[in-house]
Design a protein around this ligand. Structure first.
Ligand SMILES: Cc1ncc(COP(=O)(O)O)c(C=O)c1O
Length: 428
Protein backbone atom coordinates (compact mmCIF):
# COMPACT_ATOMS: atom_id res chain seq x y z
CA UNK A 1 0.00 0.00 0.00
CA UNK A 2 1.29 3.46 -0.87
CA UNK A 3 1.29 5.61 2.26
CA UNK A 4 -0.51 8.89 1.79
CA UNK A 5 -2.47 11.28 3.98
CA UNK A 6 -5.53 9.19 3.26
CA UNK A 7 -4.00 5.87 4.29
CA UNK A 8 -2.49 7.35 7.45
CA UNK A 9 -5.90 8.74 8.40
CA UNK A 10 -7.42 5.43 7.61
CA UNK A 11 -4.96 3.38 9.67
CA UNK A 12 -5.55 5.64 12.67
CA UNK A 13 -9.26 4.93 12.51
CA UNK A 14 -8.81 1.33 13.72
CA UNK A 15 -7.77 2.71 17.10
CA UNK A 16 -10.42 5.37 16.92
CA UNK A 17 -13.08 2.68 16.34
CA UNK A 18 -11.86 0.71 19.35
CA UNK A 19 -11.88 3.85 21.49
CA UNK A 20 -15.39 4.76 20.33
CA UNK A 21 -16.60 1.27 21.20
CA UNK A 22 -14.99 1.49 24.61
CA UNK A 23 -16.77 4.81 25.24
CA UNK A 24 -20.12 3.68 23.81
CA UNK A 25 -22.77 3.39 26.55
CA UNK A 26 -24.95 1.31 24.19
CA UNK A 27 -22.25 -1.24 23.30
CA UNK A 28 -23.56 -3.88 25.74
CA UNK A 29 -26.86 -4.20 23.85
CA UNK A 30 -25.06 -6.22 21.16
CA UNK A 31 -24.90 -9.14 23.60
CA UNK A 32 -28.69 -9.22 23.65
CA UNK A 33 -28.80 -10.45 20.04
CA UNK A 34 -27.68 -13.46 18.04
CA UNK A 35 -25.14 -12.30 15.48
CA UNK A 36 -24.89 -14.76 12.55
CA UNK A 37 -21.56 -16.55 12.14
CA UNK A 38 -19.68 -17.84 9.11
CA UNK A 39 -18.59 -21.47 8.74
CA UNK A 40 -15.39 -20.80 10.69
CA UNK A 41 -17.43 -19.41 13.57
CA UNK A 42 -16.58 -15.75 12.99
CA UNK A 43 -19.34 -13.21 13.50
CA UNK A 44 -20.58 -11.77 10.23
CA UNK A 45 -20.35 -8.06 9.58
CA UNK A 46 -24.12 -7.69 9.58
CA UNK A 47 -25.35 -4.49 7.96
CA UNK A 48 -28.83 -5.52 6.89
CA UNK A 49 -30.83 -4.64 9.98
CA UNK A 50 -32.72 -2.39 7.53
CA UNK A 51 -34.02 -5.57 5.91
CA UNK A 52 -34.23 -8.12 8.72
CA UNK A 53 -33.20 -7.23 12.25
CA UNK A 54 -31.28 -9.71 14.40
CA UNK A 55 -32.98 -12.10 16.78
CA UNK A 56 -33.10 -10.93 20.40
CA UNK A 57 -31.76 -13.70 22.66
CA UNK A 58 -34.97 -13.47 24.70
CA UNK A 59 -37.26 -14.05 21.68
CA UNK A 60 -37.22 -17.84 22.03
CA UNK A 61 -38.14 -17.69 25.73
CA UNK A 62 -41.06 -15.35 24.95
CA UNK A 63 -42.35 -17.59 22.15
CA UNK A 64 -41.80 -20.72 24.25
CA UNK A 65 -43.90 -19.20 27.02
CA UNK A 66 -46.86 -18.99 24.64
CA UNK A 67 -46.24 -22.50 23.25
CA UNK A 68 -46.13 -23.83 26.82
CA UNK A 69 -49.31 -22.01 27.75
CA UNK A 70 -51.00 -23.31 24.61
CA UNK A 71 -50.00 -26.87 25.58
CA UNK A 72 -51.12 -26.31 29.18
CA UNK A 73 -54.33 -24.34 28.76
CA UNK A 74 -55.42 -24.73 25.12
CA UNK A 75 -58.39 -22.41 24.57
CA UNK A 76 -58.32 -21.21 28.15
CA UNK A 77 -54.99 -19.55 27.43
CA UNK A 78 -56.97 -16.60 26.13
CA UNK A 79 -57.58 -15.74 29.77
CA UNK A 80 -55.25 -18.00 31.78
CA UNK A 81 -51.96 -17.72 29.93
CA UNK A 82 -49.24 -15.88 31.85
CA UNK A 83 -49.77 -13.11 29.30
CA UNK A 84 -53.41 -13.69 28.35
CA UNK A 85 -53.98 -13.84 24.61
CA UNK A 86 -57.24 -11.95 24.61
CA UNK A 87 -55.55 -8.59 25.26
CA UNK A 88 -52.09 -9.72 24.05
CA UNK A 89 -51.66 -7.00 21.41
CA UNK A 90 -52.10 -4.43 24.17
CA UNK A 91 -48.79 -5.52 25.73
CA UNK A 92 -47.13 -4.10 22.64
CA UNK A 93 -49.04 -0.87 22.35
CA UNK A 94 -47.17 1.35 24.78
CA UNK A 95 -43.62 0.40 23.77
CA UNK A 96 -44.59 0.72 20.10
CA UNK A 97 -46.20 4.10 20.73
CA UNK A 98 -42.92 5.26 22.28
CA UNK A 99 -40.99 4.13 19.19
CA UNK A 100 -43.16 6.20 16.82
CA UNK A 101 -43.89 9.18 19.09
CA UNK A 102 -47.60 8.50 19.41
CA UNK A 103 -50.19 8.16 22.14
CA UNK A 104 -51.12 4.55 22.95
CA UNK A 105 -54.67 5.15 21.71
CA UNK A 106 -53.20 6.18 18.35
CA UNK A 107 -51.13 3.02 17.97
CA UNK A 108 -51.97 -0.56 17.16
CA UNK A 109 -49.82 -3.58 16.32
CA UNK A 110 -51.57 -5.66 13.65
CA UNK A 111 -51.28 -7.33 10.24
CA UNK A 112 -48.42 -6.51 7.89
CA UNK A 113 -47.47 -3.20 6.32
CA UNK A 114 -49.21 -3.43 2.95
CA UNK A 115 -52.38 -4.80 4.55
CA UNK A 116 -52.41 -1.86 6.96
CA UNK A 117 -51.73 0.54 4.13
CA UNK A 118 -54.78 -0.70 2.22
CA UNK A 119 -56.94 -0.51 5.35
CA UNK A 120 -55.94 3.07 6.04
CA UNK A 121 -56.22 4.11 2.39
CA UNK A 122 -59.83 2.95 2.57
CA UNK A 123 -60.27 5.44 5.39
CA UNK A 124 -58.02 8.32 4.35
CA UNK A 125 -58.05 8.34 0.57
CA UNK A 126 -61.49 9.67 -0.20
CA UNK A 127 -61.46 11.33 -3.63
CA UNK A 128 -64.22 13.86 -4.18
CA UNK A 129 -64.84 15.93 -7.30
CA UNK A 130 -61.59 17.41 -8.55
CA UNK A 131 -59.76 16.59 -5.28
CA UNK A 132 -58.48 13.16 -6.10
CA UNK A 133 -54.72 13.21 -6.68
CA UNK A 134 -52.16 11.36 -4.60
CA UNK A 135 -48.60 12.63 -4.11
CA UNK A 136 -45.98 9.88 -3.85
CA UNK A 137 -42.27 9.47 -4.48
CA UNK A 138 -41.22 8.41 -7.95
CA UNK A 139 -39.61 5.08 -7.28
CA UNK A 140 -41.60 4.54 -4.08
CA UNK A 141 -41.30 1.04 -2.64
CA UNK A 142 -43.14 -1.15 -5.20
CA UNK A 143 -45.70 -2.46 -2.73
CA UNK A 144 -46.79 1.13 -1.96
CA UNK A 145 -47.05 1.88 -5.67
CA UNK A 146 -49.15 -1.25 -6.24
CA UNK A 147 -51.37 -0.47 -3.27
CA UNK A 148 -51.94 3.12 -4.36
CA UNK A 149 -52.56 2.32 -8.03
CA UNK A 150 -54.96 -0.49 -7.15
CA UNK A 151 -56.85 1.84 -4.79
CA UNK A 152 -57.13 4.43 -7.55
CA UNK A 153 -58.51 1.83 -9.94
CA UNK A 154 -60.84 0.61 -7.19
CA UNK A 155 -62.27 4.14 -7.10
CA UNK A 156 -62.64 4.03 -10.90
CA UNK A 157 -59.71 6.45 -11.37
CA UNK A 158 -56.77 6.32 -13.73
CA UNK A 159 -53.33 6.30 -12.06
CA UNK A 160 -51.94 8.20 -15.07
CA UNK A 161 -54.21 11.15 -14.22
CA UNK A 162 -54.16 10.92 -10.46
CA UNK A 163 -50.58 10.23 -9.38
CA UNK A 164 -48.19 13.10 -8.74
CA UNK A 165 -44.75 11.51 -8.55
CA UNK A 166 -42.02 13.52 -6.85
CA UNK A 167 -38.66 13.09 -8.58
CA UNK A 168 -35.21 14.49 -7.79
CA UNK A 169 -33.97 17.30 -10.01
CA UNK A 170 -31.90 16.32 -13.03
CA UNK A 171 -28.45 15.23 -11.92
CA UNK A 172 -29.55 14.85 -8.27
CA UNK A 173 -30.34 11.63 -6.44
CA UNK A 174 -32.60 12.72 -3.59
CA UNK A 175 -35.59 15.00 -3.26
CA UNK A 176 -35.29 18.56 -2.02
CA UNK A 177 -37.70 19.33 0.77
CA UNK A 178 -38.50 22.71 -0.83
CA UNK A 179 -39.48 20.94 -4.05
CA UNK A 180 -41.85 18.64 -2.16
CA UNK A 181 -43.52 21.59 -0.43
CA UNK A 182 -43.65 23.59 -3.66
CA UNK A 183 -45.37 20.71 -5.48
CA UNK A 184 -47.96 20.37 -2.73
CA UNK A 185 -48.62 24.13 -2.78
CA UNK A 186 -48.83 24.22 -6.56
CA UNK A 187 -51.19 21.24 -6.91
CA UNK A 188 -53.28 22.60 -4.01
CA UNK A 189 -56.84 21.39 -3.72
CA UNK A 190 -56.45 18.77 -6.44
CA UNK A 191 -54.58 16.69 -3.83
CA UNK A 192 -56.58 14.24 -1.73
CA UNK A 193 -53.61 12.46 -0.15
CA UNK A 194 -49.86 12.81 0.36
CA UNK A 195 -48.24 9.43 1.00
CA UNK A 196 -44.47 9.24 1.36
CA UNK A 197 -41.96 6.93 2.96
CA UNK A 198 -40.57 8.40 6.20
CA UNK A 199 -37.14 7.18 5.04
CA UNK A 200 -36.74 6.17 1.40
CA UNK A 201 -35.79 2.51 1.16
CA UNK A 202 -33.38 3.05 -1.73
CA UNK A 203 -31.56 6.30 -1.01
CA UNK A 204 -31.90 6.30 2.79
CA UNK A 205 -33.24 9.88 2.64
CA UNK A 206 -35.38 10.88 5.64
CA UNK A 207 -38.10 13.39 4.87
CA UNK A 208 -39.19 16.36 6.93
CA UNK A 209 -42.45 14.75 8.00
CA UNK A 210 -43.50 17.68 10.17
CA UNK A 211 -43.22 20.18 7.35
CA UNK A 212 -44.74 17.88 4.73
CA UNK A 213 -47.69 17.20 7.03
CA UNK A 214 -48.21 20.92 7.52
CA UNK A 215 -48.06 21.55 3.77
CA UNK A 216 -50.51 18.73 3.01
CA UNK A 217 -52.96 20.00 5.60
CA UNK A 218 -52.73 23.58 4.32
CA UNK A 219 -54.14 22.42 0.98
CA UNK A 220 -56.75 20.24 2.68
CA UNK A 221 -55.15 16.85 1.93
CA UNK A 222 -54.71 13.87 4.25
CA UNK A 223 -51.09 12.96 4.98
CA UNK A 224 -49.77 9.45 5.65
CA UNK A 225 -46.34 7.82 5.86
CA UNK A 226 -44.87 4.40 5.21
CA UNK A 227 -42.42 4.07 8.10
CA UNK A 228 -40.90 0.71 7.16
CA UNK A 229 -37.43 2.28 7.14
CA UNK A 230 -38.12 4.89 9.80
CA UNK A 231 -39.62 3.00 12.77
CA UNK A 232 -36.81 2.17 15.20
CA UNK A 233 -34.33 4.04 12.99
CA UNK A 234 -35.03 7.76 13.40
CA UNK A 235 -36.83 9.83 16.01
CA UNK A 236 -40.54 10.09 15.18
CA UNK A 237 -43.17 12.39 16.64
CA UNK A 238 -46.25 11.33 14.75
CA UNK A 239 -48.67 12.82 17.25
CA UNK A 240 -46.97 16.21 17.51
CA UNK A 241 -46.45 16.47 13.76
CA UNK A 242 -50.17 15.90 13.28
CA UNK A 243 -49.73 13.08 10.74
CA UNK A 244 -53.12 11.57 9.83
CA UNK A 245 -51.96 7.97 9.58
CA UNK A 246 -48.86 5.82 9.28
CA UNK A 247 -48.01 2.18 8.76
CA UNK A 248 -44.83 0.21 9.31
CA UNK A 249 -43.36 -3.26 9.55
CA UNK A 250 -41.48 -4.71 12.51
CA UNK A 251 -39.01 -7.09 10.91
CA UNK A 252 -36.41 -4.43 10.04
CA UNK A 253 -35.11 -2.11 12.76
CA UNK A 254 -37.68 -3.43 15.23
CA UNK A 255 -36.27 -6.98 15.19
CA UNK A 256 -39.64 -8.72 15.37
CA UNK A 257 -38.51 -11.61 13.14
CA UNK A 258 -39.33 -12.67 9.56
CA UNK A 259 -42.83 -11.61 8.58
CA UNK A 260 -43.30 -9.91 11.96
CA UNK A 261 -46.61 -8.26 12.70
CA UNK A 262 -46.71 -4.61 11.60
CA UNK A 263 -48.02 -1.41 13.12
CA UNK A 264 -50.43 1.39 12.36
CA UNK A 265 -50.99 4.92 13.65
CA UNK A 266 -54.17 6.95 13.41
CA UNK A 267 -54.09 10.44 14.87
CA UNK A 268 -56.40 10.93 17.81
CA UNK A 269 -58.41 13.60 16.02
CA UNK A 270 -59.80 10.75 13.89
CA UNK A 271 -60.45 8.50 16.90
CA UNK A 272 -64.19 8.89 17.16
CA UNK A 273 -64.95 10.01 13.67
CA UNK A 274 -68.09 8.24 12.59
CA UNK A 275 -67.80 9.74 9.12
CA UNK A 276 -64.65 7.79 8.23
CA UNK A 277 -65.35 4.73 6.13
CA UNK A 278 -63.38 1.63 7.04
CA UNK A 279 -63.29 -2.08 6.47
CA UNK A 280 -64.54 -3.68 9.66
CA UNK A 281 -63.75 -6.85 11.58
CA UNK A 282 -64.65 -8.24 14.97
CA UNK A 283 -61.33 -7.40 16.66
CA UNK A 284 -61.99 -3.72 16.02
CA UNK A 285 -65.32 -3.96 17.83
CA UNK A 286 -65.84 -2.41 21.26
CA UNK A 287 -64.13 -4.81 23.69
CA UNK A 288 -66.88 -4.69 26.32
CA UNK A 289 -69.51 -6.01 23.91
CA UNK A 290 -67.45 -7.92 21.34
CA UNK A 291 -68.46 -11.31 22.69
CA UNK A 292 -72.13 -10.51 22.68
CA UNK A 293 -71.68 -11.29 19.00
CA UNK A 294 -74.19 -8.67 17.87
CA UNK A 295 -74.62 -7.90 14.17
CA UNK A 296 -73.87 -4.17 14.46
CA UNK A 297 -70.23 -3.01 14.42
CA UNK A 298 -69.24 -0.58 17.18
CA UNK A 299 -65.62 0.46 16.73
CA UNK A 300 -63.13 0.82 19.56
CA UNK A 301 -62.22 4.51 19.67
CA UNK A 302 -58.70 5.00 18.31
CA UNK A 303 -56.33 2.94 16.20
CA UNK A 304 -57.50 -0.38 17.66
CA UNK A 305 -60.81 0.15 15.89
CA UNK A 306 -59.07 -0.69 12.60
CA UNK A 307 -58.22 -4.24 13.72
CA UNK A 308 -59.88 -7.02 11.80
CA UNK A 309 -58.78 -10.36 13.21
CA UNK A 310 -57.61 -11.78 16.49
CA UNK A 311 -53.84 -11.41 16.57
CA UNK A 312 -50.96 -13.86 15.93
CA UNK A 313 -49.67 -14.47 19.44
CA UNK A 314 -46.45 -16.31 18.54
CA UNK A 315 -45.31 -13.48 16.27
CA UNK A 316 -46.28 -10.91 18.82
CA UNK A 317 -44.30 -12.73 21.52
CA UNK A 318 -41.09 -12.34 19.51
CA UNK A 319 -41.81 -8.67 18.90
CA UNK A 320 -42.52 -8.13 22.60
CA UNK A 321 -39.02 -9.40 23.38
CA UNK A 322 -37.53 -6.83 21.04
CA UNK A 323 -39.67 -3.89 22.11
CA UNK A 324 -38.58 -4.45 25.71
CA UNK A 325 -35.00 -3.89 24.56
CA UNK A 326 -36.06 -0.69 22.78
CA UNK A 327 -37.63 0.52 25.98
CA UNK A 328 -34.46 -0.19 27.92
CA UNK A 329 -32.25 1.52 25.37
CA UNK A 330 -34.52 4.49 24.64
CA UNK A 331 -34.99 5.75 21.11
CA UNK A 332 -33.21 9.04 21.88
CA UNK A 333 -29.99 7.29 22.97
CA UNK A 334 -30.19 4.93 19.99
CA UNK A 335 -30.53 7.78 17.53
CA UNK A 336 -27.66 9.62 19.12
CA UNK A 337 -25.37 6.57 18.71
CA UNK A 338 -26.76 5.99 15.23
CA UNK A 339 -25.62 9.41 14.06
CA UNK A 340 -22.06 8.81 15.31
CA UNK A 341 -21.93 5.34 13.79
CA UNK A 342 -23.21 6.47 10.40
CA UNK A 343 -21.03 9.59 10.33
CA UNK A 344 -18.05 7.32 11.02
CA UNK A 345 -19.07 4.97 8.22
CA UNK A 346 -19.50 7.91 5.87
CA UNK A 347 -16.05 9.28 6.61
CA UNK A 348 -14.38 5.89 6.11
CA UNK A 349 -16.23 5.27 2.84
CA UNK A 350 -15.12 8.71 1.66
CA UNK A 351 -11.52 7.78 2.43
CA UNK A 352 -11.80 4.42 0.66
CA UNK A 353 -13.79 5.71 -2.32
CA UNK A 354 -12.60 6.40 -5.81
CA UNK A 355 -14.74 7.40 -8.78
CA UNK A 356 -16.30 3.92 -8.93
CA UNK A 357 -18.50 4.54 -5.91
CA UNK A 358 -20.44 7.45 -4.42
CA UNK A 359 -22.78 7.86 -1.47
CA UNK A 360 -26.22 8.98 -2.61
CA UNK A 361 -27.75 9.27 0.89
CA UNK A 362 -27.95 12.89 2.10
CA UNK A 363 -24.79 14.10 3.81
CA UNK A 364 -26.82 16.01 6.39
CA UNK A 365 -27.42 13.61 9.28
CA UNK A 366 -30.84 15.16 9.99
CA UNK A 367 -31.92 13.89 6.57
CA UNK A 368 -31.06 10.25 7.06
CA UNK A 369 -31.16 7.36 9.51
CA UNK A 370 -28.39 4.80 9.79
CA UNK A 371 -28.49 3.53 6.19
CA UNK A 372 -25.98 4.70 3.62
CA UNK A 373 -26.63 3.84 -0.02
CA UNK A 374 -23.51 3.49 -2.12
CA UNK A 375 -24.02 3.87 -5.86
CA UNK A 376 -21.68 1.75 -7.94
CA UNK A 377 -20.55 3.10 -11.31
CA UNK A 378 -21.88 1.19 -14.34
CA UNK A 379 -24.07 -0.87 -11.98
CA UNK A 380 -21.09 -3.18 -11.55
CA UNK A 381 -22.32 -5.79 -9.11
CA UNK A 382 -18.96 -7.51 -8.86
CA UNK A 383 -17.83 -5.10 -6.10
CA UNK A 384 -20.82 -6.18 -4.01
CA UNK A 385 -20.05 -9.85 -4.67
CA UNK A 386 -16.45 -9.37 -3.52
CA UNK A 387 -17.34 -7.67 -0.23
CA UNK A 388 -19.95 -10.34 0.51
CA UNK A 389 -17.31 -13.00 -0.12
CA UNK A 390 -15.17 -11.28 2.52
CA UNK A 391 -17.74 -11.57 5.30
CA UNK A 392 -19.97 -8.51 4.82
CA UNK A 393 -23.75 -8.95 4.91
CA UNK A 394 -25.16 -5.96 3.02
CA UNK A 395 -27.64 -5.84 0.17
CA UNK A 396 -27.78 -4.88 -3.46
CA UNK A 397 -30.77 -2.94 -4.72
CA UNK A 398 -31.36 -2.70 -8.44
CA UNK A 399 -30.19 -0.98 -10.46
CA UNK A 400 -26.91 0.05 -8.86
CA UNK A 401 -26.89 0.48 -5.09
CA UNK A 402 -25.26 -1.30 -2.15
CA UNK A 403 -27.18 -0.53 1.04
CA UNK A 404 -25.25 -0.61 4.30
CA UNK A 405 -27.00 -0.01 7.62
CA UNK A 406 -25.01 0.01 10.86
CA UNK A 407 -27.69 -0.48 13.50
CA UNK A 408 -26.96 1.17 16.84
CA UNK A 409 -28.45 -1.65 18.93
CA UNK A 410 -25.96 -4.22 17.75
CA UNK A 411 -23.38 -2.81 15.35
CA UNK A 412 -20.09 -1.48 16.69
CA UNK A 413 -17.67 1.15 15.45
CA UNK A 414 -15.23 -1.72 14.89
CA UNK A 415 -17.79 -3.41 12.59
CA UNK A 416 -17.89 -0.19 10.60
CA UNK A 417 -14.12 0.01 10.46
CA UNK A 418 -13.84 -3.60 9.30
CA UNK A 419 -16.47 -3.01 6.62
CA UNK A 420 -14.52 -0.03 5.31
CA UNK A 421 -11.32 -2.06 5.35
CA UNK A 422 -12.97 -4.74 3.21
CA UNK A 423 -14.48 -2.16 0.86
CA UNK A 424 -11.09 -0.57 0.44
CA UNK A 425 -9.42 -3.92 -0.22
CA UNK A 426 -12.11 -4.80 -2.75
CA UNK A 427 -11.63 -1.49 -4.56
CA UNK A 428 -7.82 -1.85 -4.46
C1 LIG B 1 -40.65 0.82 2.34
C2 LIG B 1 -41.42 -0.47 2.37
N1 LIG B 1 -42.75 -0.45 2.19
C3 LIG B 1 -43.48 -1.59 2.18
C4 LIG B 1 -42.88 -2.82 2.37
C5 LIG B 1 -43.73 -4.05 2.33
O1 LIG B 1 -43.91 -4.58 3.58
P1 LIG B 1 -44.88 -5.85 3.87
O2 LIG B 1 -44.32 -7.02 3.15
O3 LIG B 1 -44.78 -6.00 5.36
O4 LIG B 1 -46.23 -5.47 3.41
C6 LIG B 1 -41.50 -2.88 2.57
C7 LIG B 1 -40.83 -4.18 2.76
O5 LIG B 1 -39.64 -4.31 2.85
C8 LIG B 1 -40.75 -1.68 2.55
O6 LIG B 1 -39.42 -1.67 2.71
Amino acid sequence: MIMSEKTVGYAASAELAAAMDAADPMAHFRERFFVPKDEAGNEALYFTGNSLGLQPRTAREYVDQELDDWAKFAVEGHLKAKHPWLPYHEFLTQPMARVVGAKPTETVVMNALTVNLHLLLVSFYRPEGSRRKIVIEKGAFPSDQYAIESQLRFHGLDPDDCLIELAPRDGETTLRNDDIIETIDREGDSIALVLLGGVNYYTGQAFDMREITGAGHRVGAAVGFDLAHAAGNIELKLHDWGVDFAVWCSYKYLNGGPGAVGGAFVHERHADCDGIPRFEGWWGHDKATRFLMGPEFRPIAGAEGWQLSNPPILQMAALRASLEIFDEAGIGALVSKSKKLTDFLESLIDIAADDRISIITPRDSSQRGCQLSIRVRDADRSLFNVICGLGVVADWREPDVIRVAPVPLYNSFTDVYRFAEILKAALD
